[in-house]
Design a protein around this ligand. Structure first.
Ligand SMILES: Nc1ncnc2c1ncn2[C@@H]1O[C@H](COP(=O)(O)OP(=O)(O)O)[C@@H](O)[C@H]1O
Ligand SMILES: [Mg+2]
Length: 466
């Protein structure tokens, strides 16, 4: 088996020969090593890959955009001309570009697929998020340059590698579209030598050789059949043919000799992250109060959390635990909505509260009026999903005292006391943030993504409170 080796062709300049290089290199690699699976895909919006490799007029099973919506590359790959596999190009990449944030999405996808061999990725002439994904996953990046400005443009790719902590040794410059007729006086006799000199001067590594500009090669995408012909079949008489063959050999040997693959690094850092997430989850789980923070009923055991209704945590993280649905909504209703009558399960207002609670965050805190706990007023806020204030009510703390409560005489009072008084019994600015949990699986709120969101909202709310 040939472990996947990702080769990305990238440059911020258009028209430097990226697509020509990516597609032809695939064919030359196949010619060199018949058994080596070679797969090409492009994040550009033209359909060169498809025009070059699709056999017949079969309808594609999907395209590169589907990679990001959960379909594995193995489900999208088609076997094409010259034995090269390809993933069809897409017109829907704009949406992906707008929604994709992480730089390692493609790497993760490829790392969890059974794809083998060399995967060549053609990119758009900019450093958009898809290009950055293709760079992040790459074992080798080839940067075609055809002139001094395109060489200047390489800097951003080098900076990206630096930023991401990736090895810049994996980057290679390749002078392309070199016009052999242009000659200079002095040490750099032609534009190939000149570009190479510039590159080395800047500390960039170059591939051996270059790709010459050839009118024959330029003509290969214009013909009555509307096809794009490869150099190997239609440009054998050109020096570009020899140059591609030489390049393919370099790439093949480089791939064979590279002991460790980029996807292995990505897999490793994924499993480290996973372990960290699991550790953080266990810590949060251990820190939980085992009982309903209001009524004291047992809710949390080592293997499960009973259906609870709400999760509550103080802004300083001191107290964390679940609240029974009835305990919280009952106390809030009797205290802040003054419905003193017995709870009627068909009560429309409470139904409304329950329903809207799924899209809300609740906050209990001291109203900022006095420093004396026992004359305190308590604020109850409702915030929406984005942490924006929806409503705010204030009541005197003394109404929470046991004789005023119609159910669970002291639970909410004690919880407020524990929230507002610090360990030394001094009034604190901490608040209690309460969030509805999923009924079947309340622990979900402690998972990194959900919990991260909960803490983010806590911070946002904290910044807004007077
Ligand atoms: N070696 C070459 N000699 C002559 N023309 C070339 C060569 N390589 C590419 N071209 C032409 O240059 C243009 C740009 O090439 P392309 O591969 O599409 O660049 P990019 O993907 O960087 O935009 C195309 O018209 C292509 O046919
Ligand atoms: Mg292109």
């Amino acid at each position: 088996m040939f472990k996947p080796y990702i080769l990305t062709v990238s440059s911020e300049k258009g028209g430097v020969g990226k697509t020509t290089l990516a597609t032809n290199l695939a064919i030359y690699l196949k010619a060199l090593a018949e058994d080596l699976p070679v797969t090409v895909l492009s994040f550009d919006n033209h359909f060169t890959v498809d025009r070059m490799f699709r056999i017949g007029n079969t309808l594609p099973k999907g395209d590169v955009s589907d990679l990001f919506t959960g379909r594995g590359p193995e489900a999208l790959v088609e076997t094409g001309e010259y034995g090269v596999q390809f993933i069809p190009s897409s017109r829907k990449l704009t949406e992906i570009r707008d929604s994709l944030k992480e730089v390692d999405a493609l790497g993760r996808l490829l790392a969890s697929s059974p794809l083998e061999g060399v995967v060549i990725i053609d990119t758009r002439p900019d450093l958009d998020i898809l290009t950055r994904n293709a760079l992040f996953a790459a074992d080798r990046v080839i940067i075609p340059v055809k002139d001094a400005p395109s060489l200047e443009n390489c800097r951003n790719i080098y900076d990206f590698f630096q930023e991401q902590g990736l090895s810049r040794k994996d980057l290679r410059i390749l002078p392309c579209l070199i016009d052999a007729r242009i000659r200079f006086d002095g040490p750099f006799r032609d534009s190939y030598r000149l570009l190479k000199g510039y590159a080395i001067n800047r500390g960039y590594r170059c591939l051996e050789g270059y790709i010459a500009k050839s009118p024959k090669v330029e003509s290969l995408n214009t013909n009555p059949e509307g096809k794009i012909y490869p150099v190997i079949t239609h440009g054998r008489g050109t020096e570009v043919h020899i140059q591609f063959a030489h390049l393919a050999r370099q790439v093949y040997l480089g791939a064979k000799e590279k002991p460790d693959r980029r996807l292995d690094d990505i897999r490793r850092s994924l499993s480290v992250k996973q372990e960290e997430r699991e550790d953080a989850f266990s810590k949060r789980r251990e820190h939980l109060a085992p009982v309903c923070l209001i009524c004291g009923k047992n809710l949390v055991t080592s293997d499960a959390v009973a259906p609870a209704g709400y999760y509550a945590e103080t802004s300083d993280g001191r107290i964390a635990g679940f609240l029974e649905e009835e305990c919280f909504s009952g106390a809030i209703f009797s205290q802040f909505y003054r419905t003193r009558r017995e709870i009627d399960p068909t009560d429309a207002v409470r139904d409304l509260f329950r329903e809207s609670s799924h899209r809300s965050y609740f906050v209990l805190r001291r109203a900022p009026n006095t420093r004396n706990f026992y004359q305190q007023q308590i604020s109850f806020y409702r915030f929406d999903e984005n942490g924006l204030e929806v409503s705010h009510k204030v009541v005197d703390l003394k109404t929470f005292q046991p004789r005023f409560l119609n159910r669970d005489p002291s639970g909410l009072y004690q919880l407020i006391e524990r929230t507002l008084l610090d360990v030394e019994g001094k009034l604190d600015d901490a608040f209690l943030l309460v969030r509805r949990t999923s009924t079947d699986f309340p622990e979900e709120i402690l998972y990194s993504e959900e919990y991260g969101n909960f803490r983010k909202i806590a911070e946002k709310i904290s910044a807004q409170l007077p």
